[in-house]
Design a binder for this molecule. Structure first.
Ligand code: ATP
Length: 229
């Protein structure tokens, strides 16, 4: 379980995020939505200890994420291109990530074979990551985040730049992972995708959670009303 306790993240006078208490429970598939600048990436970055809170703290399985590396072995994540290594090709990068988790190259290649409908490594074996399109970079990052079969999976706008069939593949994958017991948190601007797959939706507005509810048949309509679309 992830707990956010009395968190504030300020940049100067601006409050980027302010959350009194938030619990993400095992097996939840949580969708973060909100306008540009609402605080979604800030929340995910705080959970991953990529930025320090101005006050408050985050725990993973009751341990502060800023105090230990223990959570890193069971947490997969991909927030942005900065997670990738541009001068490696995709197999080299995924093998590197595999080694960090004690996964050998044969198993990495087996994993890529299993997921080739999402990203066909044979097509991109000659390319460095820096030479891939935005969507294909996103796919490499997503695959790296799930390679080690994490218990927690955190993805920032995972559907961005993906073609329609890859979006569909990813929705099924996230649903399957959730069924297998993985706790998933994703942010997205695609209301249809999040309401289709997520069990719980958090709506952020100017750094605050203004809605936190289990997904129902009405959620999409409510969100479309909120976003005036
Ligand atoms: N390094 C920084 N310095 C100053 N302000 C920042 C910094 N990082 C984020 N912010 C501010 O914090 C607020 C929240 O940003 P954040 O990136 O979390 O929003 P978001 O909901 O992920 O937006 P988007 O949908 O555009 O990705 C914004 O007002 C942003 O300008």
């Amino acid at each position: 379980m992830i707990e956010i306790i009395d968190i504030q993240k300020r940049y100067g006078n601006q409050v980027a995020l302010s959350i009194k208490k938030l619990e993400i429970n095992k097996n939840e598939l949580v969708g973060l939505v909100g306008n540009n600048g609402a605080g979604k990436t800030t929340l995910l970055s705080l959970i991953l200890d990529l930025i320090a809170p101005t006050s408050g703290f985050v725990t993973s399985k009751s341990v502060k994420v800023s105090d230990t590396d223990a959570w890193k072995s069971y947490t997969g994540s991909f927030l942005n291109e900065g997670f990738l290594i541009p001068f490696l090709n995709p197999v080299e990068y995924l093998s590197f990530i595999g080694r960090l988790h004690g996964i050998n190259e044969t198993d990495v290649l087996g994993f890529l074979e299993e997921n080739k409908l999402f990203f066909d490594i044979n097509v991109f074996s000659e390319k460095y990551i820096r030479e891939l399109s935005a969507g294909n970079k996103n796919k490499v990052g997503i695959l790296a985040s799930i390679l080690s079969k994490p218990e927690f999976l955190i993805l920032d706008e995972p559907f961005s730049n993906l073609d329609p069939s890859s979006q569909s593949w990813l929705k099924s994958k996230l649903k399957d992972l959730s069924k297998e017991g993985v706790t998933v948190i994703i942010s997205s601007h695609d209301l249809k995708h999040v309401t289709e797959i997520c069990s719980r939706i958090l709506l952020l507005e100017e750094g605050r959670i203004v809605k936190d509810a289990n997904t129902s048949n009405e959620t999409l309509i409510e969100l479309e009303k909120y976003f005036e679309i």
